[in-house]
Design a binder for this molecule. Structure first.
Ligand code: ZN
Length: 93
């Protein structure tokens, strides 16, 4: 499994986690009224779930797959934006 595959799997996991977090906030809002605590829990949970994102780095130059310059996007680069390594192919060595 390539780094891109694992990063893509993480991206899908995070999309699911985001939906769950939104549902959680909406459900709490619906049954208990507006709650900054529920919102806080959802944010902390997402940050916690997303911490492994920092582990998806280009094997060649170490650039993170989720960073585009100074921006962070929710979908990984298929080709490294810094050195051009094709991250969806097994390393050739
Ligand atoms: Zn690279």
């Amino acid at each position: 499994m390539t780094i891109f595959d694992r990063a893509q799997r993480h991206a899908k996991f995070m999309a699911g986690a985001l939906v769950l977090a939104i549902l959680f906030v909406l459900v709490v809002d619906r049954f208990f009224g507006h709650s900054a605590i529920a919102f806080g829990i959802a944010i902390v949970g997402l940050v916690f779930a997303n911490r492994q994102m920092l582990g998806f780095d280009c094997a060649n130059c170490g650039k993170n797959l989720f960073f585009r310059g100074i921006f962070v996007v929710p979908w990984p680069n298929r080709t490294c934006g810094k050195c051009g390594t094709e991250l969806d192919k097994p390393p050739s060595n």
